[in-house]
Structure formats: structure tokens, C-alpha cells
Design a protein around this ligand. Structure first.
Ligand code: ADP
Ligand code: MG
Length: 497
């Protein structure tokens, strides 16, 4: 794999890349950056989490003149979260070249945006709808745009932005460079390319499977009624640092995040009906670890890059294999390992098989975890934390009380009582969720799906033939902190409730 210094980039850009901690290029970056630097149109296809933002962000920043005080580049992105995230990354890449990128999205005050636009950003990263608003008000003019990027083009089409995108592209001078990035290449995208791009080079990075191979993928077959208990138990056993739980509807997201909070997890939900400021604050808290479990709909989590997500739970199996790939891609970012667990009701097994056939990989079946395993998981967590405190923290001032207590009780009884206080015990607070209709394969009914199972030979090697086994917390040195020790005072939080 190439390093960034092989790519004839300018000194300030190299410096910012080093600053960002990137050492080697990812395959999509290695291939797209030189072509894009030449000014050619290109279509980049690579699975999620492979560094597509920098793949276009680096040449974009390189090709912009910092002295010229007008908008020279536009990135179109499907959601406001993604717009914010992309603008952040562009600002990092452009920090030493002094290139400014501004996110523009619906839900944020238009007057505020107009003021921000007066500061003359070089690049705007916009959702199509809001950009159209600004075009109508003439608060953004597109006549000096040199480069356009369509990011997550497939998702923008899914969200119905086709007309807006066409209108926008027609407004931008034809001498521009157009870059299009997408995880998948449906027909409609090829149409756009044909109509709005000039002889684009297609750069497609074939994935080993469709999903990142570092992600372990499991499923548990469980009835709708038991799903929530199963999720709670897995959370207790695995004690993930940061996890995302996907639910099918906004209502389920609300109910689930509330139910998780009731049971003592620090959880919050995110979906399109929340105000922008609420969504921002939830995301911020999740990124800094104040919230451990983010409950989300597909749309809300699409494209988000949050590092350190160790677990993805499909509380509801997604409606199609593509969403599965997108969801699972929220963990295992940038070469780190991750675990994805899907809860499947008996009627949804057909969908699971369809997903397996698309990702050309077997999803490993796990049994329903028992309460005993959940208890053991939490006890293990407490034990690890106690040993850590002994090794790392100052406990001198507790020793006097400890000796007094030991004078009247035996040590095992005392320690057991202390353990009981610190350990989160499985919680049976009653919760109620609105039923979700089961997901089915799109064109093939729920039956007969056995045929869609991949041939043995196609399966990914690891995890092969592995039989259903018991639950244990994942080992793996690259989980944050590398131990099962609770972090950020999580257990105190839980026990207080
Ligand atoms: P995609 O758009 O393909 O889903 P992103 O652009 O969001 O992927 O990148 C995923 C993660 O990988 C981000 O955290 C990004 O900072 C990181 N990343 C990108 N390129 C590199 C690189 N060359 N080296 C290390 N990390 C990288
Ligand atoms: Mg992306």
C-alpha cells in the first residue's frame, strides 16, 4: 500500500494528513487521489468505512485556491450529520492550507447560514434540499464552482433527492470536475454519471465480502416478545464500550432507548423527528462516551463515522441486505475489529439467509444467552474493575473502615456484600415495545429462502463450521482500554437507578 508522500501532494496537505494520524492510503484513496488530482471525473465505489471522504477530500482541498474568496467546491451529502462530519474532515485536511469548508443543511437557521456564508468558505458541504433553498434565495451562487462531489450517491437517491441533484448539477458550469462516491452502483447512478459526468473513470474496490472482514457477525433467533431481555443480557455479558442498536421505526427507537434507560443503561435515541440541536447533542455525548448505547434508525445513522463503536446490534433485522451492510459498517471502522449481533425472529430467518447470500458470508448462530451468563458477565466486569483500582488508584483512606468492618465480619461475607453493591444485577423492570412487522425478503417470500444460502465454498474462512457455542465477552486487544474494565464510571451510573 502506498503512503501519502508517494502521491505528490503539497506540503501543507501532507502535514495535515500526518496530523490526522493517517499513515498509509486506503485502496480507494491510493487509486482515486492521482486521477482526481489530474482534474478528471471519476466514480469511486468502495464499501463503507474505507476512507472515501479523504479519497475525494484530499484532491478537493488540493485543487482549491485559498486566496480566491468564493465557493469553489461543493459536496452534496444525504444527511445533515454527514454534512457536518464531512465538513469537519475537509477542514482538517485544509487546516494548513487555510481552506474553509462550511456545512449547510436543513433544520439550521437560514439566517445563521447566510451570515456564515458571508465569511466566504471555499467549500460548502450541503444536503440537496437546503442548497436548493439557498439557490432560490440567491444566497449561494454556483457560477464559480470548479469541483462537485456527490457523496453517498446511492443514499441520496434512496432519499428521493434525484430531482434536486439534477437541478443543482445543471446550474454548475460545465467545465467543472465531478466526483461521485457510492457504496453501491444501482442503475440510476449510472444514469446520472452518463448525463452529468465527462468520461468518468470508474474505480471500484472489490471487497472481500461485502462487509469489512474484521467484523464478527452473529445472530440469535428469538421471538419478538423476548428480544428486549436478550438484548439486555447481551449488553450485560459483553459490556460494550460504545454500541449502536438499530430499530426499525422511530417509535421503536424512542421506546427502546427509554426501556434501556429504565434498565440502567446510558442510552439515547436518534432519528429524523428529533430537533437538530437534540440530534447534535446526542451525537456529541455518544462520541465523548457519556452515552454508551445509541439507538438509531437506518437513516439517522447512515454514513456516520464514529470511532470506537465496538458493537452493532440489529434489534430489528434490516429490511434489505444493503442496510445490513451499512449498519454493520458502523463498527470495525478503519481496520479495527467489531462485533455485530442481529436478533432474528423465526419468521425472519429467510431475510437472514438472503443477507448471507449477498454478503457471501455465514452469520454465526448464537444461543439465547441465559440470565446466569448475564450475571457472570457483570461479575467479571466488577472483578476486573476492582483489580484495576488496586493496581492504579489510591485507596489508603478506605483502609481504616475496611479494618473496622473486618473486625466484626468475615472477609468473604464482606467482600460479597461490597460486590453486590457495585455489580449491576440483571434488571427485570417491565418494558413494553410496540410490535414491528417482520422483515421479509423483497421479491421472494419468507419461505423457500433456504435456496439463497451461499454455497459452502463462498463462505468467509474464519468462523467456519463454528457451532453454536456459549456467550463470553469478546476478547480483543483493540477494544478501548483493552480490558473489560468499566469506563467513564458507567457502573455507578447504572447502579444509581
Ligand atoms: P467511508 O466514507 O468510506 O465510509 P470514511 O471516510 O468515513 O469512510 O472513513 C472511515 C474512517 O477511516 C474515518 O475515521 C477516517 O478518519 C479513517 N481513515 C480514512 N482514511 C484513513 C487512512 N488512510 N488511514 C487511517 N485512517 C483513515
Ligand atoms: Mg462516507
Amino acid at each position: 500500500m502506498a503512503t501519502f508522500t508517494d502521491l505528490s501532494l503539497s506540503e501543507p496537505v501532507i502535514r495535515s494528513i500526518i496530523n490526522m494520524g493517517f499513515e498509509e492510503t486506503t485502496p480507494i484513496q491510493e487509486q482515486t487521489i492521482p486521477t482526481a488530482m489530474e482534474g478528471r471525473d471519476l466514480i469511486g465505489q468502495a464499501q463503507t468505512g474505507t476512507g472515501k471522504t479523504a479519497a475525494y477530500g484530499i484532491p478537493l482541498v488540493e485543487r482549491i485556491m485559498s486566496q480566491a474568496e468564493h465557493i469553489q467546491g461543493i459536496v452534496l451529502a444525504p444527511t445533515r450529520e454527514l454534512a457536518v462530519q464531512v465538513a469537519e474532515e475537509l477542514n482538517k485536511i485544509g487546516q494548513f492550507k487555510r481552506i474553509n469548508a462550511l456545512p449547510i443543511y436543513g433544520g439550521q437557521g437560514i439566517d445563521w447560514q447566510i451570515r456564515a456564508l458571508k465569511k466566504r468558505p471555499h467549500i460548502i458541504v450541503a444536503t440537496p434540499g437546503r442548497l436548493m433553498d439557498h439557490m432560490r434565495r440567491k444566497t449561494i451562487r454556483l457560477h464559480e464552482i470548479k469541483i462537485v462531489v456527490l457523496d453517498e450517491a446511492d443514499e441520496m437517491l434512496n432519499m428521493g433527492f434525484l430531482d434536486d441533484i439534477e437541478t443543482i448539477l445543471k446550474e454548475i458550469p460545465e467545465e467543472r470536475q465531478t466526483l461521485l462516491f457510492s457504496a453501491t452502483m444501482p442503475r440510476q447512478i449510472q444514469n446520472i454519471a452518463q448525463r452529468f459526468m465527462k468520461n468518468p473513470e470508474l474505480i471500484s474496490i472489490k471487497a472481500t465480502g461485502v462487509t469489512v472482514s474484521d467484523i464478527e457477525q452473529h445472530y440469535v433467533e428469538v421471538t419478538e416478545r423476548l428480544k428486549f431481555d436478550v438484548l439486555s443480557r447481551i449488553l450485560d455479558i459483553q459490556s460494550p464500550d460504545l454500541s449502536i442498536v438499530f430499530a426499525r421505526t422511530k417509535r421503536r427507537v424512542d421506546e427502546l432507548s427509554e426501556a434501556l434507560s429504565k434498565r440502567g443503561y446510558s442510552a439515547e435515541g436518534i432519528h429524523g423527528d428529533l430537533t437538530q440541536s437534540k440530534r447534535d447533542s446526542v451525537l456529541r455525548q455518544f462520541k465523548d462516551g457519556t452515552i454508551e448505547v445509541l439507538v438509531a434508525t437506518d437513516v439517522a445513522a447512515r454514513g456516520l463515522d464514529i470511532s470506537g463503536v465496538t458493537h452493532v446490534f440489529n434489534f430489528d433485522i434490516p429490511q434489505d441486505p444493503e442496510s445490513y451492510v451499512h449498519r454493520v459498517g458502523r463498527t470495525g471502522r478503519a481496520g479495527k475489529s467489531g462485533l455485530a449481533i442481529t436478533l432474528v425472529t423465526p419468521r425472519e430467518i429467510g431475510m437472514l439467509r438472503l443477507i448471507e447470500s449477498v454478503i457471501k458470508r455465514r452469520i454465526i448462530r448464537k444461543p439465547i444467552p441465559t440470565i446466569v451468563e448475564a450475571v457472570q458477565g457483570q461479575q467479571r466486569l466488577t472483578m476486573t474493575e476492582i483489580l484495576r483500582v488496586i493496581a492504579e488508584e489510591d485507596i489508603e483512606k478506605y483502609k481504616g473502615v475496611a479494618e473496622d468492618l473486618l473486625a466484626e465480619n468475615d472477609s468473604v461475607t464482606l467482600l460479597s456484600a461490597a460486590l453486590k453493591i457495585i455489580t449491576k444485577e440483571p434488571d427485570n423492570v417491565e418494558v413494553r415495545l410496540t410490535e414491528a412487522a417482520p422483515a421479509r425478503g423483497r421479491s421472494m417470500g419468507g419461505r423457500n429462502m433456504g435456496n439463497a444460502r451461499p454455497q459452502q465454498g463462498n463462505f468467509h474462512r474464519d468462523g467456519y463450521g463454528q457451532k453454536v457455542d456459549t456467550w463470553s465477552r469478546r476478547k480483543g486487544a483493540d477494544f478501548r482500554g483493552g480490558t473489560a474494565a468499566p469506563q467513564r464510571g458507567r457502573d455507578n451510573k447504572r447502579n444509581g437507578q
